[in-house]
Design a protein. Structure first.
Lengths: 815, 243
């Protein structure tokens, strides 16, 4: 029997478990985005994290047995974590689950529940190991929590680093090996005798690395674009690349050439040249066009709605935001633009056209008139000192995912009012911003884009903003044109000629009448015309309110452009289930609400279960229990509210989403870990209550200060190099996170002295609250903005401070 | 002595007549589905600009055994008004959408129709009931072979099918009175517009395999002018009105 009295804190193994668990959480988000879609990834992972809550319940119910066997239980749970981490994902991806069938077929819910349960297991075992340590080593909770947080901080950076060097499924192997290696560290840290078992554990840690790669192959949904294309005889993957941004596949076909030309005019007579398909995460197909010497093969670039800006003015300088595999660049080259700035976030995608497929593409990214910038689009424009004749935002997302509202949960700083202001400011005096999106019925994106442009022009104090806008549409795509100067009659005439020739409709231009809005691609009602003219008119605000979809412009504080959901509409669409209503449901938001409901129900059960099991016990009826519940629940909510909200603020500052997530998440967790470590010392000097009061006061002051001043500070450092920005980010996060790391271990320490039986239970409460917090933060941000999320967090911290005073504190040191 | 023989006879009768009972069950389910679609269309009439669909289309829906075009495991659901998976990442469309798409083609008995994306073969079978010639092309070998098998078994002699790239249509059989493009298309291939007769109509569902968002009807007018209509097959007021 392995016996340990809990004197040695296994801090390194705890840090390793935390690091691995957090890296696993980030990895799961990538893996599910690849095999399913982003929004279901979100739901599955959120609920899997309830494994932390389950652990609290489990530890509460079996605390007496586990205490006696601490060392064995600790090591076994780590081992099970390592095994489950790999086995549960591999099993979960084999469950036949099709998100699109849920409303038709209730059996899909069984598959979904199966995924939750499987993926909950690794987090359950990891949380058991940490929670158990807190339970056994009550007096050293601040150090354990510090190791937990610091480990998690390292894990967040580790996940992103690993994803740069390995394929996502290989990262799974590495994490499993790391988790199993933690058993060896734990063995040594707990001072257990040197035995053969140690060698066995060490050897076991190597096993995940020896698993054949075919066992670990990702099983993508058969309805994803990549899988659909690969079913065609003669198609094959010619290259696979991966980084934390995306898993990229290049697909070629020997028999059936690809021909991707969204929005091509029905009047077009020539077909596009042969192409290679490029998929990101198995979907969102773009193409690399094969170089051709026959210019007429590229004529199709002038037969799409996205060609409109080139008919408005002679463009000398063009910026393509989201250049991808160069289609819009080729369109600009076709229109003989002498200076093209191609901005692409993913270096691997741009690298395809400067490396292996450069020749195939006709070296378009190597042409003297093309300059490729690897950067986030908004950040590139914000830093740019130039003015552009055309700023083109490319159409990169797939219609299917976009139409089903699957991007509703993705924050996008590309389509906010502030972003549009930035674009317009960077246009030359007669420059044009051009944005092409899919046509959806009833219209959503195109109208929201129109409303956003209108709002941006108003905020820039442009007179008659409605005279700067044009919207044209084909049966498939619509292009919004925003001109910096007022559109002239000549401009309008040029676009009308372009549209007439190609059979596109003008949905809006200053002075348009209904007769010109619905001639070639006929809708039962000219909805694009009526909506845009209403938006541009005096009753625009009322129209926004009354429209059945949410087309209120997104802002940097509420960066959810793709959320079109309105509650009023849901019932109507469900009633129309059999009459084509289901496809119009905006899924993203519903998934978010469904996730919240499931999390709340599961959390309630998990929290109440140990109390119900001990209902004869004093603890279940104790007022202290209720106060502890509220305290730890408030803390769980507040910590993640602040972390999530500030992460969004820093994304906008650092621009690059990877830097932002890696830096802010790691910084929050590391500094919170340090705060936790220091909290014990602080408490021994000034007592529990004063320590919590000090920590919460500092959080409140810093939180408020940041809410008010971050915007101005970010503007000041906008053009600074990324290293300076990262240092500033670390300096800003450090004090806030440091104090945020204190209230939890302080209270847990106090509880452990007075009500040790409550320790595992409040550990579970905190786990449940963290899951609910992440979901609730997003819902609040969608409706009210991230600033409100921060304010809510500060209020929750203040409430926690008030509650803390109502907890029984160890008398000798409470004052 | 007679008892075992009687039992055997009864059991044999039950076993051999089971398909007949099942067939009866399918027929009544199919008729119920047609009734349901009729009611749905009536409710959506304002948006489809008609009170009812072409009776010939509805008759075809009542006649074509949808359960023969779905995999065994999906047969119990064959007459539910919803899309079903048929394997290989493909689906059989929602009958309500199939009915509307067929009706939008304005099919006449002497018509020749091309289908790009055979899939299960169900849409082609419905077309075969209302026009004289159906040509259908499937790009995925396994799916195309399965559909051909269905056509043979169900004796659809007016359906010509082949496996291949639908981008260039079916030149030898062109021009067509109607074209249905059920395969995902990033654009309408120019050769298909060429192969459409003046006055002909092309129908394209837009959306994902399970969720058809709206329908596009491309019309080639007598003067060669090409226009499109976008149709939302839903009883839904898109702007600011009520239900």
């Amino acid at each position: 029997m392995i016996i340990n009295n809990g004197d040695n804190i296994p801090r390194f193994s705890i840090a390793m478990i935390s690091a691995t668990a957090l890296a696993y959480e980030i990895l799961l988000a990538r893996l599910f985005a690849i095999i399913q879609w982003h929004h279901f990834a979100y739901m599955i992972i959120s609920l899997a994290l309830l494994g932390y809550g389950v652990s609290g319940t489990f530890l509460s119910l079996f605390s007496s047995h586990l205490r006696k066997q601490y060392a064995a239980a600790f090591i076994i749970n780590i081992g099970l974590f390592g095994v489950a981490l790999l086995a549960c994902f591999l099993s979960a991806q084999r469950i036949a689950f099709n998100a699109e069938e849920i409303l038709w077929d209730w059996r899909q819910l069984i598959g979904l529940a199966g995924m939750y349960l499987l993926l909950m297991l690794p987090f359950f075992f990891a949380a058991n190991a940490i929670g158990l340590s807190m339970m056994v080593m009550g007096g050293k909770i601040s150090r354990i929590y510090a190791a937990d947080m610091i480990g998690a901080g390292i894990g967040s950076a580790l996940a992103i680093a690993l994803l740069f060097y390995f394929m996502p499924n290989q990262v799974l192997q590495v994490l499993a090996a790391l988790a199993l290696a933690s058993t060896v560290i734990a063995w040594l840290e707990l001072g257990l005798p040197w035995r053969k078992s140690l060698i066995a554990l060490g050897s076991a840690a190597l096993l995940p690395l020896l698993i054949p790669s075919q066992w670990l192959e990702l099983s993508l949904s058969p309805y994803k674009g990549l899988q659909q294309l690969l079913r065609i005889d003669g198609t094959r993957i010619s290259k696979t690349l991966s980084n934390p941004l995306a898993l990229v596949h290049v697909v070629e076909s020997n028999t059936v050439p690809l021909r991707h030309a969204p929005g091509l005019s029905l009047h077009a007579t020539t077909e596009p040249p042969p192409q290679l398909a490029v998929f990101s995460d198995g979907d969102n197909m773009t193409v690399i066009n094969k170089a051709t010497t026959r210019r007429e093969q590229l004529d199709y670039f002038d037969q799409q709605t996205s060609a409109a800006p080139y008919h408005l003015a002679d463009a000398d300088t063009v910026a393509i935001l989201g250049a991808g595999t160069g289609n819009d660049v080729l369109q600009a080259l076709y229109h003989e633009v002498p200076e093209i700035h191609a901005v692409e976030l993913n270096p691997q995608i741009a690298g395809l056209l400067t490396g292996e497929f450069a020749e195939y593409s006709g070296n378009i990214y190597l042409k003297p008139q093309v300059r490729v910038h690897i950067a986030e689009a908004r950040g590139y424009i914000a830093r740019s000192q130039r003015q552009y004749d055309v700023i083109q935002i490319a159409l990169l997302d797939a219609f299917g995912a976009s139409a089903a509202g699957l991007y509703a949960l993705s924050e996008s700083y590309l389509y906010t009012v502030e972003a549009f202001e930035e674009y317009i400011k960077h246009l030359s005096p007669d420059g044009v911003l051009s944005i092409t999106r899919w046509v959806k019925l009833p219209p959503r994106d195109n109208l929201k884009m129109f409303a956003t442009a209108l709002q941006a022009l108003k905020q820039l104090k442009v007179e008659n903003p409605e005279k700067h806008l044009m919207l044209i549409r084909s049966w498939q795509t619509a292009t919004l044109l925003v001109k910096k100067s007022e559109l002239t009659n000549l401009d309008i005439e040029k676009i009308k000629i372009f549209c007439n020739q190609l059979g596109f409709d003008t949905a809006y231009y200053p002075g348009i009448d209904a007769a010109h809005a619905n001639r070639f691609n006929i809708l039962r009602e000219p909805v694009f015309f009526t909506a845009t003219t209403a938006l541009a008119g005096p009753a625009g605000a009322a129209f926004l309110q009354q429209y059945k979809f949410n087309i209120t412009p997104a802002t940097d504080d509420r960066p959810y452009f793709f959320n079109f959901f309105k509650w009023e509409l849901l019932g109507e669409l469900i009633d129309l289930k059999d009459q084509g209503g289901i496809p119009l449901v905006e899924w993203g938001y519903i998934v978010l609400i469904a996730t919240l409901i499931q999390a709340v129900i599961a959390s309630t059960i998990l929290i109440l279960l140990p109390l119900a099991a001990n209902r004869n016990n004093r603890i279940a009826r104790d007022k202290i229990t209720a106060v502890s519940l509220l305290y730890f629940f408030s803390l769980g909510l507040a910590f993640l509210f602040i972390e999530i909200a500030f992460m969004q603020k820093f994304i906008l500052f650092l621009h690059h989403p990877l830097y932002a997530i890696a830096v802010t998440l790691a910084a929050f967790l590391l500094f919170a870990g340090m705060g936790s470590y220091y909290s014990k010392r602080l408490q021994s000097r000034i007592g529990y209550l004063a320590s919590v009061r000090l920590a919460v006061s500092c959080i409140a002051v810093l939180g408020l200060l940041y809410s008010i001043s971050l915007g101005a500070l970010f503007t000041l450092f906008l053009a600074s190099p990324i290293t300076i920005k990262i240092i500033l980010t670390l300096l800003l996060i450090a004090p806030l996170a440091f104090f945020m790391g204190m209230p939890f271990p302080l209270a847990l320490g106090a509880v452990s002295e007075n009500r040790p039986a409550l320790v595992p239970w409040v550990w579970g409460v905190n786990g449940c609250a963290s899951v609910i917090s992440a979901i609730l933060a997003m819902i609040l941000a969608m409706h009210f903005g991230f600033t409100l999320v921060i304010i809510s967090a500060l209020l929750l911290y203040l409430a926690a401070m008030w509650l803390f005073a109502r907890l029984p504190l160890p008398k000798a040191i409470s004052h | 002595m007679l008892k075992p023989i009687t039992h055997c006879l009864i059991i044999s009768l039950l076993v051999y007549s089971a398909p007949l009972f099942a067939e009866d069950k399918y027929t009544s389910a199919r008729l119920a589905l047609v009734k349901e679609i009729n009611a749905d269309v009536q409710e959506t009439s304002l948006y489809l600009d008609k009170e009812a669909l072409d009776p010939r289309v509805m008759d075809a829906l009542a006649k074509v055994p949808r359960h023969e075009f779905v995999p065994l495991l999906q047969k119990p659901y064959a007459y539910q008004n919803r899309p079903l998976p048929i394997g290989h990442g493909q689906t059989i469309s929602q009958p309500y959408i199939v009915a509307i798409m067929t009706d939008l083609l304005k099919p006449k008995p002497g018509h020749r129709v091309l289908e790009i994306g055979t899939g299960s073969g169900y849409q082609a079978a419905i077309l075969a009931e209302v026009v004289s010639e159906v040509y259908t092309i499937e790009i995925i070998g396994a799916i195309g072979a399965q559909a051909e098998e269905h056509f043979k078994r169900l004796h659809y002699r007016n359906i010509q099918s082949r496996i291949g790239d639908g981008y260039y249509g079916w030149k030898d059989a062109a021009p067509f009175d109607g074209i249905v493009v059920t395969a995902a298309a990033s654009h309408v291939p120019p050769p298909l517009i060429e192969q459409l007769k003046p006055g002909g109509r092309m129908v394209i569902p837009v959306g994902s395999p399970f969720l058809v968002q709206h329908l596009v009807v491309v019309e080639k007018h007598a003067d060669g002018k090409v226009t499109s209509q976008q149709i939302l097959p839903v009883r839904f007021v898109p702007l600011t009105g009520g239900h």
